[in-house]
Design a protein around this ligand. Structure first.
Ligand SMILES: [Zn+2]
Length: 338
């Protein structure tokens, strides 16, 4: 039976006075109104608002559950993965390593090899976020990309221990603590940290990306139920650029490892036991939770859950749990001038 829309019912009821309305039509309209489901357009505002709130709450619980499972997968994969990054709290407990330590030399070489790729993928990820968060292109934003493109050097630094940093007076150099260089044992883990630091460089001393940091902080705040200050928003955005860059890298570099394992490497250094924080950063586990709540597609790549109905998969994401054999958009880094 063709479904009678509530719109028809309303139309009949609104006939001008004096127009003849057949008793048959009126009876049908009333009968249909009594059995047909009430369409949202006819619901009282309060009921509609209550239902919308209940739907949002249910969706929020679903995301919380997805994020919780994804964090579990990321940290379980880290433990099984020979290339899993050391958690930050473990790194902090180690003595600093000398510059000539074999793991430091290997980590430096890894960072130098991946820097050109990281510059391409971090810039792409930043562009994507600027579009998504509706940050207008301006001369400041163009200057941010110019700064990012000019990073050339990796400098190991014993005093930085388990950190990496950039100095505004030396914007072409990313400094790495020797413990950090040794603790990031995969290309994915290193690429995420390089992209994080490149985002700081892009922001520069003048705060070119301030609007984006604010937008990410606000969205993460409501997605993960957190209050995130502007400063922590910057660090979180740098981590988000890192996670997006790693996803794009995985999609473009064929491999036999599972998608979950490679994706976990973007987050694994946050799998701490001692979840401490400071004024600039969310704690490592809260960072992981915020990133996964901001980007549920990242969480699904860890858990293997299907993509949200009605949403398309990130074009840079492999379609299967195994990484692609053939890269759809191969990375073509320019050889850095040194
Ligand atoms: Zn940072």
């Amino acid at each position: 039976m063709p479904q009678r829309t509530p719109g028809n019912v309303k139309k009949n009821r609104r006939r001008r006075p004096g127009a003849r309305l057949s008793c048959f039509a009126l009876a049908c309209a009333l009968a249909l109104a009594s059995v047909a489901p009430v369409a949202p357009a006819q619901m009282p505002d309060a009921r509609r608002a209550a239902e919308a709130a209940a739907e949002r709450a249910a969706a929020g619980r679903d995301i919380d559950e997805l994020v919780r499972r994804a964090m579990g997968v990321a940290c379980a994969e880290r433990e099984l993965d020979p290339q899993g990054s050391a958690p930050i709290d473990e790194m902090q407990a180690r003595p600093s390593l000398p510059l000539r330590h074999a793991e430091v030399v290997a980590g430096t070489q890894r960072a130098e090899r991946l820097l050109p790729v990281a510059k391409i993928l971090a810039a792409e990820s930043l562009r994507r976020l600027l579009r998504e968060y509706r940050v207008k292109e301006s001369s400041a934003v163009r200057a941010a990309f110019a700064r990012l493109s000019q990073v050339r050097w990796i400098k190991p630094d014993m005093e930085l221990r388990d950190n990496a940093s950039v100095l505004y007076k030396e914007p072409r150099t990313i400094r790495f603590g020797t413990i950090f260089l040794a603790g990031l044992r995969s290309d994915e883990g290193m690429l995420g940290v390089l992209s994080h630091e490149l985002t700081h460089v892009a922001d520069g001393a003048g705060g070119s990306l301030r609007a984006l940091f604010r937008g990410v902080a606000q969205r993460a705040g409501s997605a993960a139920g957190l209050r995130i200050t502007a400063r922590r928003g910057e660090e979180l955005t740098c981590d988000l650029v890192g996670a997006l860059a790693v996803r794009a890298y995985i999609a473009r570099t064929p491999g036999v490892e599972t998608l979950a394992r490679r994706t976990a490497r973007a987050l694994a250094h946050n799998c701490v036991e001692r979840d401490h924080t400071d004024r600039a950063h969310l704690s490592p586990r809260t960072t992981m939770r915020a990133l996964l709540a901001l980007d549920p597609a990242l969480a699904r790549e860890l858990t293997g859950d299907p993509a949200e109905p009605g949403t398309s998969r990130d074009p840079s994401t492999p379609a299967t749990r195994r990484t692609q054999r053939r890269a759809a958009h191969p990375i073509a880094p320019r050889t850095p001038r040194r």
